[in-house]
Structures are given as structure tokens and as C-alpha cells.
Unconditional design. Sequence first.
Length: 468
Amino acid sequence: MKAKIILKRFMFFMLALSLLTLILPEVSFAQSNGATVINSYGPPTAANTWEKFTIPLTAATFNVDDVTFQQVMANVQQLRIGTEFHNGYDIGVVDSISIGTRFSSDFNSGLEGWSASGDGTMEWIPSGGVSGGHLQVSDWASGDWHYAATPPEWSGNWSDLIGSSLVFYLKTDQPSYASMIEITSEGSNRLVLSADPSIVPLQGSSNVSVSPSPAATQDMAVSLTSSDTNCITIPSSVTIGSGQPSGQFIASAASGAQTDCSSVITASASNYSEGRLTLRVGYDSGQGGLVSTIGQFPDIVFYALACLGLILVGGVLLGAGIFISRRRNRLRMRNTAFRGGSCLLTLVVIGVLAGLVIGGVSLIAFGFIPGQNIQPASAVSINEILKTGGGGLLLTLLGAFLLNGGIKAIFSRRTIIEDDWGRLREKRGCSAILSGIAQAFFGVLLLVAGLGMIALTLYKQVLPWLGF
Ligand SMILES: [Ca+2]
Ligand SMILES: [Ca+2]
């Protein structure tokens, strides 16, 4: 009898509980000021390949009833395109986004108000898109997913867009799993960062604006950080006056900043989610003339040209050496023992190369070549000095011996070579001169590399160590 009563009470309790779970979601839906609809999409079929996605803006696509979808579309706060497709570090890039015929972004001149959301940081990339520029979102911290979020100005009534499509091109380096498109009518307090110019000029600065969405109703303090102050420096905070649409601050390339370094600028304020923007230092913005021409060459091209110049100088010196040796040795060629010419020419070549290489590195170190500089090492280490300086010295010595041997072979038209079986053989005449030239060429290459390493060690490590 007693057991029957307990069972009855238990059933009543369970009924109440299930009624409650049915009602609760309705209650919470009524309390929150909107809803979020989600569509799963992707991943792209191949890594690092642009793929076009077309997402119909319909209740069916987002797997909700018509009423819910209409409610969300009538008051869109933001649309987020998921750019994360992998558990570890991954990068998503997006280009040519359109929503119906009402909104579109081609990112050919900047981020156009788009911002990173979740744990991403956004960067504007000026080329390599489906056409021209595009946006890039990369993992900044672990935890949340990362997204590209629509500009706050796009918020509003999207009812006319029901039935049209969201179209965009996307590429990821790690297509491991699906991501999502999310449309929400819930308020999202966020800080949107934008920079003008989008790439900070070397030795220059960009104007950065931070826009709170929604706008602040009272004076608002925004804290700012730069993830790499050796690259980009910013003030520690900016205050946005009440009712102001945005606050402005200057992001400057640090004095020793290298071309192509980047830093993540983070803006945070209470009750707003963090805004993040990756800023990169570009080439010199100098107006016309030599400065901008040199500045636009990537470093590798500049160094390749410098090396080519040095090799040409070496070649001319060798040619002169051959010419002189032919005249001088014409008479004493026949019965000369294998001892070659003097090492005077070798010393002259080493001297000229040392002058050119160390002089060139010094010009860069003292800032005479625009767009190029040598940064002193952040921490001087004896280990590093011994490694690069000693390595440079070894290469220089090896180069000197090779060069000397090569020049001697050219002078005497004789050289001793070792064949594949380890037998020593003497080469004479033209073939001796040819192998001499090859030997001297490699000698010059090693000398240039060795002297360059010594000079760089001097400017990067030894001088800062001595306190200059
Ligand atoms: Ca990831
Ligand atoms: Ca584009």
C-alpha cells in the first residue's frame, strides 16, 4: 500500500519535471532578445584551394521553422562565416562575399568593416585572392572557433533577403572538419578594429580606429596591446567619448622593425568581446625616386643582385689575372716546376672582396641603404659569436686556399687533381686553366659568404656586446 503511494508521488514528480523541461526552453527563448540559427558547411574538398560556397538563406537550410527564421532575419545583428576547420593551428581565407544583391565585399582595398570573431585574428592580404585582396583569419588562442563577422553597418532587417543566397569563396590549409554559418538576432557587443593604411609603412605609421558596436553610452576606456612591440608600437589605451562612433590611435612601425614583421593588436573593454587585428609592416612608403624603387624589391632580390655584382667583380679580376699571367709566364712556362705564381693576386682579390662585403654590410648597418637594416641581436651570446664568427672565419680561410690554388693553376697552366679512384693526376694547359677558374670561382663564393658572416656577427653581436 505504502509502496503504491510512493510510486504515485514519483510518477507525479516525473510528470511535473517533464512538463518543466518542455516549458523551460520557451521561457529562456522569450527572455533572450533573439535567436541564433546555424548551418553546417564544408570543409573544402582540398587544402589550399579556393572553393565557392553558396548557402541559400532559407529556414530549411538552417534547419529551423519558418517563424524562427523570419524572426532572426527581421533583426540580424551579425552573420559569421566559420573559418576554422581543424583542431590545431589553422588559417582560413575568404574573398568575394555577397548576400543576395544587397551586400558585397571584394576586399580589394581593405577589410571593409569585417572583423575576426571567436579566437581568431584577422589580417588584410593585398593579393592572392580570387581577385586581388582578401581577408585572412588565423587561430590566435585555443578554445573557441574562429570566424569572419559581417560589418556592424550590415545589421538590420534582412527579411527581403530570405530566399536569396550567401555566396563566398573560401580556402583553408587544414580541411579536417565542417565549420558553420551563423546568423544571429542576439545583441553582440564587439569592438571592430580597422587600419588606414591597412599595411603599416616601414618607418611610418597607420591610423587605427576602434569602433564599439553598439556605440558607447558613456565614456569608454579601451585597453590596447601589441603582441610584438619590436614590430609595431601602440598606446596602452584609448578613450572613446560617449556617443562617439569610434576612437582613434596611431600604430607605428617600431624603430628597428623589419619589413614583413607582424603584430596582433588587441582591443578590450568591459562588456565587449575583444577586437583583434593583425597588422603587418610593409615596404617604405617614400614618394617616388630611388627610395621607393629600392624599397619595393624584396630582400632576397636585393641580396641576389648584390651577390651577382660581387661575382662579376671577381670574374673581371680573374680575367685580368689570366691575361697578366699569360704574358708574364709565356717565357718561363716550359720548364717551370709546379709551384705556380705568387700569392699576391690572391691577397689583392681577398682585400677587394673584404672591402666590398664589409663595406656593403656597413652601408646597410649605418642605414645608408633605404629599406634595409641590420638589427642588433636582442640577446648577445658568446655561443652565437663563436658559431657564426668562427664559421665565417673557417669559410673565409677555405675560400682563400681555394682561390689561391685556382689562381696558381691558371698562372702555371698546371694542376693536380684526384680522380674517382683516388689517383693523383696532373692536368695541363686549357683544362688546368678551366679547373683553376672553377676552383677560384668557388673560392670567391666561400670568401663572400665567410666575410659576410664575419661582418654580420660584428654588427649584430660584437658591437652591441662592446656597448655600441
Ligand atoms: Ca584550429
Ligand atoms: Ca578580392
